[in-house]
Design a protein around this ligand. Structure first.
Ligand SMILES: Nc1ncnc2c1ncn2[C@@H]1O[C@H](COP(=O)(O)OP(=O)(O)O)[C@@H](O)[C@H]1O
Ligand SMILES: [Mg+2]
Length: 343
């Protein structure tokens, strides 16, 4: 490095270090020295602490890899940015900047906890409204004329949508805060499909859509969370309901994938005869906030979080998600879950 470069870097109020691919600090500026003392082994420690999980240091050497990452060390959180890759004495190195963002991250966490709490509290009054609507609509021989029935049905539809939004936001914030552990209970797959279908059957028949399940009889049990897996299937069926026209068909199925004789995985599919998804949109479908130009037949937009949540749930079970779709013909969402042998 030239004297000019060194002087320039020392004047910057940002902690900068040049790290080689073994985690050794080859150079650091004055700000880095002040922030982290002479203890430059800090980076190596941090690298070791998280390398097993994420290999962040290695990641910084790869082109196209994330250029920013949070690293925790001794209770502090640092935002590490890759400034550039440098070739040092024939070896690989990378110039990184470090910023202590502990207070900032704590404030963000407090804010999102608060939001999650409020969103959670919205559920109570909303289910009160839903209960009331359901009761009024279920009164036999009711004196309501059809105008009012239509309006009440509309109100019920909207409150369902609101409940979905609330649930998605809550699931999402759980995933974000890392408190998304998956229990390991025996799960009967046929039961899952039944539960998911039951909870949406009335919506389907109201919208004149056939919702059926099709699965073999000897589907083995898997290990996981009944509640979360049901949620994932419900998310998929809700999407199909949104993007399938009247008289359409949604079928929910389960099949066994065998490795020789022994069941290896269970494949759950939710297939609809809806509008389908453009090939160009398929890739990014499972990313958060991702929505396509598809317009729902049943009004209103969602959060774009549903499929992201499905993916997180399935991956937490060691499974995979995929999608096949033809525009104007329909969509098939595929969840593949491993059959774990109970030890
Ligand atoms: N069965 C489906 N048929 C057609 N498009 C779908 C289907 N499922 C998902 N999509 C498309 O993928 C997008 C993302 O879905 P999702 O993550 O559940 O978000 P949201 O339902 O809140 O829009 C939807 O907005 C829609 O454009
Ligand atoms: Mg959705």
């Amino acid at each position: 490095m030239t004297a000019f470069t060194t002087e320039l870097l020392n004047k910057l109020p940002v902690a900068i270090a040049v790290v080689n691919d073994t985690g050794n600090v080859e150079y650091h500026n004055e700000e880095f020295g002040q922030s982290f003392g002479k203890e430059v082994t800090w980076i190596r420690e941090a690298a070791r602490a998280v390398a097993g999980e994420r290999g962040w240091l290695q990641g910084f050497f790869m082109e196209g890899a994330d250029r920013t990452i949070d690293v925790e060390n001794s209770g502090r959180i640092y935002r590490v940015d890759r400034i550039m890759n440098v070739s040092q004495n024939g070896g690989q190195a990378v110039a990184l900047s470090f910023e202590d963002v502990t207070e900032q991250r704590q404030a963000e966490q407090a804010k999102s906890d608060f939001t999650a709490q409020i969103v959670h509290d919205l559920r109570g009054p909303l289910s009160g409204i839903q209960g009331t609507l359901e009761f009024v609509l279920s009164q036999e021989g009711s004196k309501l004329d059809s105008l009012y029935t239509d309006l009440l049905n509309e109100a019920q539809r909207e409150s369902e949508r609101m409940m979905n939004l609330i649930n998605e936001i809550l699931d999402f914030s759980k995933i974000q805060s890392g408190s998304f552990a998956v229990e390991s209970e025996p799960v009967r797959v046929a039961g899952l499909l039944k539960r998911a279908i039951r909870s949406l059957q009335s919506v389907a028949s109201r919208d004149e859509i056939f919702l059926i399940s099709a699965h073999g009889r000897d589907i083995p049990q898997i290990l996981g969370s009944v509640e979360k897996l049901t949620q994932a299937i419900i998310n998929l069926i809700s999407n199909s309901l949104k993007f399938t026209p009247k008289k359409g068909l949604i079928s929910v199925g389960a099949q066994i994938v065998r490795q020789g004789e022994t069941p290896d995985a269970i494949v759950i599919t939710v297939t609809d005869s809806g509008m389908g998804i453009k090939a160009a949109d398929l890739q990014k479908l499972f990313e958060k906030y991702k929505q396509t130009g598809n317009k729902s037949f049943r009004g209103g937009g969602g959060t774009g979080l549903g499929l992201y949540i499905v993916k997180q749930i399935i991956e937490a079970h060691g499974g995979e998600v995929s999608v096949a779709s033809i525009e104007g013909v329909g969509t098939s969402m595929v969840l593949k879950l491993p059959v774990k042998r109970a030890a």
